[in-house]
Design a protein. Structure first.
Ligand SMILES: Nc1ncnc2c1ncn2[C@@H]1O[C@H](COP(=O)(O)OP(=O)(O)OP(=O)(O)O)[C@@H](O)[C@H]1O
Ligand SMILES: [Mg+2]
Length: 363
């Protein structure tokens, strides 16, 4: 095993995904594009460097670290790497490292044997076994607790592991891709991320620029999302005007492409599916996704003669509102936990208790 890549694997036939290059059918402006998960708009413009690096590294088995702000396209590029690799016909397992309780980390990584602890009613495969023959995408890797970082480093170094409660040493062939919006160098300096793990996963890094640093991509992205929204709402594609594109280019996009998609979709809904209300949609967005909810936006105290909502009801309303703004995203910068100023683990705990299901808001 070398780097974060485990084992050797024979080449498999890999369907090559279509990229939005000027010569392909998926043109940069995406207008002629079909529904395609791997449509990467801007691959010949603002994302050209990032995509070139992805193309260099994809066919190798080397570990890749994707860095970029929230919503910039890290997961999209991770999927591109997998689909352009020799492992394309194997599994691609995505794991959100920020969502795993520290006490379950061994079982999550390595799996467990039946009866190995209370509640282990059956044998469970861990991430590495499930990704065998394919790619393991460790998203939000910087959120891994330090104890889990040690475990991960060990399996990456040794290439073998045993299930919790098992004795058999297991070997799998897994390519590891990681992503984070955090500055791992700074985290290593302050000892919140292990530098030995950083060296191991960061053999090849791809930096995805923020949308405000590649304004040339705003127009093709906006045209793509407007087209999709129009078709979804009325069956007729919508087309933004040049003034509307200009207005979009003037915004700072703290939530990057995800936020742009949301603004354009909102603009299409506000326009009844027949036109785009970009100014109104942008007005709703400003300050919404980049700043914590201000105290002025908290529910206003009801008049004294009206019954107060319970604390749980008030909390439920706020959490639902934050999830609506982030489209169900709990972690990361601009995520619901960030907006509400709490730790993602804390927020998940409250959501569980209040029976709020994030996936309902994941549009
Ligand atoms: N260049 C692009 N072309 C088309 N769609 C894009 C592009 N970049 C991002 N998207 C879309 O924007 C959304 C956000 O992208 P993605 O999930 O890859 O971001 P991310 O960097 O992983 O964000 P986070 O840090 O919040 O997890 C997705 O729906 C993705 O398909
Ligand atoms: Mg992501």
């Amino acid at each position: 095993m070398s780097g974060a890549t485990m084992g050797a694997r024979s080449a498999m036939s890999s369907p090559i995904p279509r990229l939005g290059s000027p010569s392909s059918s998926l043109l940069d402006d995406g207008v002629a594009a079909q529904e395609d998960e791997l449509l990467i708009i801007g691959s010949a413009a603002g994302l050209a460097n990032a995509v070139a690096r992805v193309e260099q590294v994809a066919p190798t088995d080397a570990p890749v670290l994707l860095q970029g702000e929230t919503g910039a396209g890290k997961e999209l590029l991770a999927r591109l790497i997998h689909s352009r690799s020799q492992r394309a016909s194997g599994p691609m397992i995505r794991v959100n490292c920020g969502a795993i309780p520290a006490e379950l980390i061994d079982s999550e990584l390595f799996g467990h044997e039946r009866g190995s602890f209370t509640g282990a009613t059956g044998t469970r495969l861990g991430w590495f076994e499930r990704a065998d023959g394919g790619t393991l995408f460790l998203d939000e890797v910087a959120e891994l607790p330090l104890a889990a970082q040690v475990r991960l480093l060990r399996v990456l170094q040794e290439g073998t592991f045993t299930r919790v409660g098992g004795s058999k040493s297991r070997h799998v062939s897994v390519r590891v891709i990681t992503a984070t919006h955090r500055d791992l160098r700074a985290m290593c300096a302050e000892a919140t991320f292990r530098s030995d793990l950083w060296y191991r996963i960061g053999v090849f890094t791809v930096q995805i620029p923020a949308l405000r640093e590649r304004l040339e991509d705003v127009a093709p992205l906006a045209r793509h999302f407007a087209r999709k929204s129009g078709i979804a709402l009325t069956g007729v594609p919508l087309v933004p005007s040049s003034e509307e594109i200009e207005a979009l280019r003037r915004y700072s996009w703290p939530g990057n492409v995800r936020e742009l998609a949301a603004v354009v979709e909102r603009a299409a809904i506000l326009g009844g599916g027949r036109r785009l209300e970009i100014a109104a949609a942008l007005g709703d967005s400003v300050g919404g996704s980049s700043k914590p909810l201000s105290s002025t936006s908290l529910p206003v105290a009801p008049p004294a003669n009206e019954a107060l909502p319970t604390l749980d009801d008030a909390m439920r309303a706020l959490i639902i509102r934050a999830l609506g703004l982030t489209r169900g995203r709990v972690e990361g910068r601009g995520g619901a936990a960030d907006l509400l100023g709490v730790n993602p683990h804390t927020l998940r705990g409250k959501m569980r208790r209040l029976k709020i299901e994030w996936s309902v808001y994941r549009r």
